[in-house]
Design a protein around this ligand. Structure first.
Ligand SMILES: [Zn+2]
Ligand SMILES: [Zn+2]
Length: 113
């Protein structure tokens, strides 16, 4: 019975006009829709009408690990933390004030104008 569903889905992709229906019924497909398709559907190019964009620094977590892979840690400090068994601490992201996301600038422009 799943074969039937798959077949009809493939048909939908092929026709392309069913894209809108697929979008509504399957939110996961949204990620596959390109920016140009979003705008033709009247959706925000930037955020896809979520009105939010994830923070690029903390990937939407609102927290960043203190001392990333690019931070040079002095050898004695590294040694201390190894012996102490301390885990890398997470600090709140300064870029997004630990919110993890920003208002979409595109949508914000439209709503606040
Ligand atoms: Zn952030
Ligand atoms: Zn937007």
């Amino acid at each position: 019975m799943f074969e039937h569903i798959t077949a009809s889905e493939i048909a939908g992709y092929g026709v392309g006009t069913l894209l809108l229906c697929v979008t509504i019924s399957a939110p996961k497909i949204d990620a596959l829709i390109s920016a140009s398709q979003r705008s033709s559907l009247g959706m925000c190019k930037r955020c896809g009408d979520l009105r939010m964009i994830a923070c690029s620094r903390c990937n939407g977590l609102g927290l960043v690990k203190e001392g990333g892979p690019f931070t040079i840690i002095p050898i004695n400090e590294r040694d201390q933390s190894f012996r102490g068994g301390s885990k890398p601490r997470s600090i709140s992201c300064t870029k997004c004030q630990s919110k993890g996301r920003f208002n979409c600038p595109e949508c914000y422009k439209l709503t606040s104008y």
